[in-house]
Design a protein around this ligand. Structure first.
Ligand SMILES: [Fe+2]
Length: 178
């Protein structure tokens, strides 16, 4: 069945109106999985001719969530990070990512110091979406080119974000989405 971006956003709004916590976000992720396999949506926002980059395709006035279409034309890796006060949902529209979730062991009281270790690793497959609630540390390894949709709880470019360096037990606070 056809599921449009508008249909997804309206379903997401209804879910968040009912429950803006973890349970509501899980339901949003299930709706996102329907959008990820919609051929028209993928063609329009994540088609083969798209250049690498990110496009914000929807901003919700009521709840502040955003829908972002990410095109990565080549393989890439990113370092462990969390999105501070924002929850995030990652949904794969093409290929897969190897996702790692990390746990922080220290109490955060020492400036610039963080002791994190791998909690779990798994594949986020094409057609699959997953919720990362506030503060969940994660890193993405993309061995292939990818297309993915990210739904964020708010404008990440305006929120604080943390980037971790597990080899040196370090953490940096970043103010922009990079
Ligand atoms: Fe992230």
């Amino acid at each position: 069945m056809v599921f449009t971006l508008e249909g997804f956003c309206s379903a997401a709004r209804s879910e968040l109106r009912r429950d803006s916590g973890a349970e509501g976000r899980e339901r949003v992720a299930r709706h996102l999985e329907r959008l990820l396999v919609d051929l028209n949506f993928v063609r329009d926002y994540l088609g083969p001719d798209k250049r690498s980059g990110v496009e914000t395709v929807y901003i919700d006035e009521e709840f502040g969530f955003r829908v972002m279409a990410h095109t990565n034309r080549s393989a890439s890796n990113n370092t462990p990070h969390c999105h501070g006060p924002s929850w995030v949902i990652y949904g794969m529209a093409m290929n897969f990512v190897e996702m790692t979730e990390w746990i922080r062991r220290d109490d955060g009281s020492k400036d610039g110091y963080a002791n994190i270790f791998v909690d779990r690793k798994y594949i986020l497959s094409e057609g699959e979406a997953r919720v990362y609630n506030e503060g969940v540390i994660h890193s993405l390894h993309r061995p292939l080119e990818t297309r993915l949709v990210r739904v964020t709880g708010c404008d990440l470019s305006k929120t604080v974000r943390y980037r971790y360096d597990p080899e040196n037990n370090a953490v940096k606070t970043l103010s922009a989405d990079n």
